[in-house]
Design a protein around this ligand. Structure first.
Ligand SMILES: Cc1ncc(COP(=O)(O)O)c(C=O)c1O
Length: 395
């Protein structure tokens, strides 16, 4: 093998060449500011932004004016959570979230706690899902917002958003959904579940880095948010700053392509993911995290007990996978998601996330199976811990 087999698409996806082609003019000849409506170059940039807004809205079944462009999902999350905190303090300051959320949600809520918010962190079961009764019990008269993700970035486990949204609506609390990993991967229509706000990110769906969006429902009750950034009043005064026209055009094109291809991609990648799991699960003391509940079709998180994921990755150096979420890797902390699902620390450290993408072939998966199998077998053969386990001296 002379090339890297990229199976880390949950960290970021490659840029689709068609997306790059659509962005190129806005990086070169069509460089005008989308707010410069005094000349036709600016108006043409503004038109490109309008088209992109429509493309993003169409992917999730929203209206164009419900989409606010941001620098990515992290900013959209900050805008939603801090924006609600600032506006709804008279109703209450209690937020509900889950221990397996992305750090962008957890750290934002931790910041709000320092400023007077109260946050309940729902636990998950061994499969990574929430008990709806525990959620119901956590709701208080001063609860303002429920922040729960659609699909988990580390395990691919999918929360039943329709049921969560129904609970939020029944208790008249706002529901924010981090759909960064699911938008463009599995069909998701805001008409089918009444989320109030939802975030997405271009670089998770074959678009460029540094651009994302916040969806804010406009029907029925209009949600008021305080802006994070103040300045030129762009994005309906919700997000000031000169618009990133090439990035926004790229997000729009990525959304359009995803709308056309996500179902076929999902079924092809599910088959490849299942092939990978069926092959690797035959290794002794190997498990699949989140098995038995709905999961994203292209994601697998597997534990190879008694070997360190970091060592597997050194051994299988042509396979790009992750041992935790990319945003916290580099630290030696075990995945907070796997620990919350009840894995022992050693098992969390023995876990790898495979996230397949549009550009992976069957050959990639065959090579990955071979490389990971060889790595695990070789490492175990040379591991005193594995010998102790085999002799029955440890569990
Ligand atoms: C579930 C989830 N939420 C939020 C983010 C942050 O996205 P961005 O990189 O666009 O800020 C990520 C990225 O890893 C993610 O996986």
């Amino acid at each position: 093998m002379d090339r890297l087999i990229y199976l880390d698409n949950n960290a970021t996806t490659p840029l689709d060449p068609q997306v790059l082609a659509d962005m190129m003019p806005y990086l070169t000849t069509h460089f005008a500011n989308a707010s410069s409506l005094t000349h036709r170059a600016g108006r043409s940039a503004a038109t490109a932004v309008t088209t992109a807004r429509q493309q993003v809205a169409s992917l999730i079944g929203a209206a164009a004016d419900e989409i606010t462009f941001t620098s990515g999902a992290t900013e959209a999350i900050n805008l939603a959570l801090k924006g609600v905190f600032a506006r709804y303090q008279s109703k209450g300051c209690h937020f509900i979230t889950c221990v397996t959320e992305h750090k962008a949600v957890l750290d934002t809520l931790a910041y709000l706690e320092k400023h007077g918010a109260e946050v309940t962190y729902l636990p998950v079961n061994q499969q990574g899902t929430i008990d709806l009764q525990i959620l119901e019990n956590a709701i208080r008269p001063d609860t303002v917002l429920l922040a729960l993700m659609h699909a988990n970035n580390e395990t691919g486990v999918i929360h039943p958003v329709d049921k969560l949204a129904e609970i939020a609506r029944r208790h008249q609390i706002l529901f924010f959904c981090d759909a960064t990993q699911s938008v463009g991967k599995i069909p998701l229509r805001v008409a089918d579940f009444p989320v109030d706000m939802l975030c997405l990110s271009a670089h998770k769906l074959y678009g460029p880095k540094g651009v994302g969006a916040l969806y804010v429902r406009r029907q029925n009750r209009r949600i008021q948010l305080d802006a994070l950034l103040h300045g030129g009043g762009q994005e309906n005064k919700l997000r000031a700053g000169t618009l990133n026209v090439p990035g926004i055009v790229g997000l729009g094109k990525a959304a359009e392509i995803a709308g056309e291809t996500q179902e076929a991609d999902a079924s092809r990648l599910a088959r490849l993911r299942d092939k990978l799991e069926q092959a690797l699960i035959t290794l002794p003391e190997t498990g699949i995290n989140g098995i038995g509940v709905p999961r994203l079709p292209h994601v697998s998180n597997m534990t190879f007990r008694h070997v360190k994921a970091a060592e597997i990755m050194v051994h299988a150096r042509d396979i790009a996978v992750a041992s935790g979420s990319a945003c916290v890797s580099g630290t030696r902390d075990p995945s907070h998601v796997l620990l919350a699902m009840g894995l022992a620390e050693a098992d969390a450290h023995a876990s790898l996330r495979f996230s397949l993408g549009r550009f992976n072939s069957e050959e990639d998966i065959d090579n990955c199976i071979q490389e990971i199998r060889t790595a695990v077998e070789t490492l175990r053969a040379n591991s005193p811990v594995w010998q102790l386990y085999r002799s029955g001296a440890i569990d």
